[in-house]
Design a protein around this ligand. Structure first.
Ligand SMILES: [Zn+2]
Length: 444
């Protein structure tokens, strides 16, 4: 379905189409664009974006986001490929004729290049997510950050071989731990930084039902946007069919985003289409809230060295039950609770400045019931551990001071506020990718 057609609303189209046989045919094609799956949600339209014009997107952190219309959703998946779960995500998307955007980790791509090729073959957009997924990009030396970015791109391109031009110039910073110098470098390379509009907390130890609930609730709150998910998570595999079913039932439409090329120019948009339009509640925030101290603990680096342990190549299918998901936790990277940002409304100052948030708002890091105690325990274990097989270690401390954007046209990135430096545990035998976290809410 052409973009010009997509620009017209459903009702308007129905009106336009009255009496026009060709239009009726086209309209039917839209509803039936998933052969053999009449109940599929399908992909409503393709949005072509120019990273040079809009280098930073996602209202969780930036003033701009994708120019989506009400009830349009862009699905994104991070941290793959991890065959067992990523393949199931691919199957689910294929069965629904849904096209998504994947942010792939370089070392995962090296370990499983076929996983990258499958994404391209299925018509999805593929961006990158660094080489080793360091949760320290907000304060690492820029040369190291460049290396992470460049190596990640090189690894994914290598997996694609002669098809490497298919890689989209899209990048998501690990943990959304942004820094202006990193964003500037990416912009200089013509790469678009993707934050998100909302999350479903699918890296936490929550049920797939909860992932579903959060995805739908947060989407309903916003009405449209970029959803960040993880295709490496069993609970996401379990939740995705229900999410897609519910999206269709509620009248949402999937939008596939691709980068502009000389042959495929950007979809025409107006500047304001990319702007966040704050609700009255958002406007009530007159300045940035205090930023909490928070600590990511990210054990090991990546599961790549532990392929055998992860049982990646057994080809067996995994049931979708939470029980099963829990039992494979030793091998599949099941992150612990992590301080991922939730939706953080962008105050008008930020919108006016047209720039990024230093970090997500305080509410983002609100500690849920029991999390504080749980994460303290994890941290203690991590700090005490020193054996080669213990992979729980504090990886980074990313405390940051509060600051406001008022009057600043170029807000600085995160300031590293005296947390412990990164200490990645060596990733030995039996290692697994884990997002461990300790969250400490700073007193206001
Ligand atoms: Zn990630």
């Amino acid at each position: 379905m052409g973009d010009a057609w997509a620009l017209v609303g459903r009702r308007q189209r129905a009106a336009i189409c009255l009496g026009l046989l060709t239009c009726i045919t086209a309209y039917s094609a839209e509803a039936a664009d998933c052969p053999g799956h009449p109940d599929a949600i399908g992909t409503f339209r393709t949005l072509v974006v120019d990273p040079h014009e809009h280098p930073r997107i996602g209202t969780m952190q930036y003033a701009e986001t994708l120019p989506l219309r009400d009830h349009e959703v862009v699905l994104t998946f991070d941290d793959g490929p991890l065959p067992r779960n990523s393949n199931q995500i691919l199957d689910i998307l294929a069965s629904q004729c849904v096209k998504a955007t994947f942010f792939e980790i370089g070392r995962m791509a090296k370990a499983y290049p076929e996983g990258i090729r499958k994404l391209i073959a299925a018509g999805h957009s593929v961006g990158t997510h660094s080489q080793t997924h360091p949760l320290t990009m907000n304060h690492m030396p820029i040369d190291r950050a460049k290396q992470e970015i460049d190596d990640g791109i090189a690894s994914v391109k290598s997996a694609l071989g002669s098809d490497d031009a298919a890689l989209a110039p899209f990048f998501r910073i690990p943990g959304l731990l942004r820094a202006e110098v990193v964003e500037d470098y990416l912009a200089s390379q013509g790469i678009q930084v993707w934050s998100a509009d909302f999350l479903a907390d699918d890296w936490r130890h929550i049920s797939s039902a909860r992932v579903y609930d959060l995805a739908i609730k947060r989407l309903e709150d916003k009405g449209k946007g970029i959803l960040l998910l993880h295709d490496i998570q069993a609970r996401t595999v379990a939740a995705l069919p229900k999410i897609l079913h519910e999206l269709k039932a509620r009248g949402y439409r999937i939008v596939h985003v691709v980068p502009a090329t000389p042959q495929n120019p950007a979809t025409p948009t107006e500047p304001q289409d990319w702007q966040l339009h704050p609700t009255s509640e958002d406007v009530a925030t007159s300045h940035w809230p205090k930023i909490p101290n928070f600590v990511f603990a990210y054990a090991g680096t990546l599961p790549a060295p532990a392929l055998s342990d992860l049982d990646w190549r057994d080809g067996g299918s995994m049931t979708l039950s939470e029980d099963r998901a829990g039992r494979i936790g030793h091998g599949v990277p099941l992150p612990r609770q992590a301080p991922w940002p939730r939706q953080s409304p962008l105050p008008p100052e930020a919108e006016a400045a047209g720039k990024a948030l230093p970090v997500p708002a305080l509410s983002v890091f609100e500690i849920k019931e029991g999390l504080r105690a749980a994460t303290r325990g994890l941290t203690r274990r991590a700090e005490q551990s020193s054996g080669p097989d213990d992979h729980e270690a504090i990886s980074a401390a990313a405390g940051s001071s509060a600051r406001t954007l008022r009057g600043r046209s170029h807000p600085a990135g995160l300031r590293h506020a005296g947390g412990r430096g990164a200490r990645n545990a060596a990733h030995g035998r039996g290692g697994a990718l884990k997002h461990l976290v300790q969250v400490r809410k700073r007193s206001a």
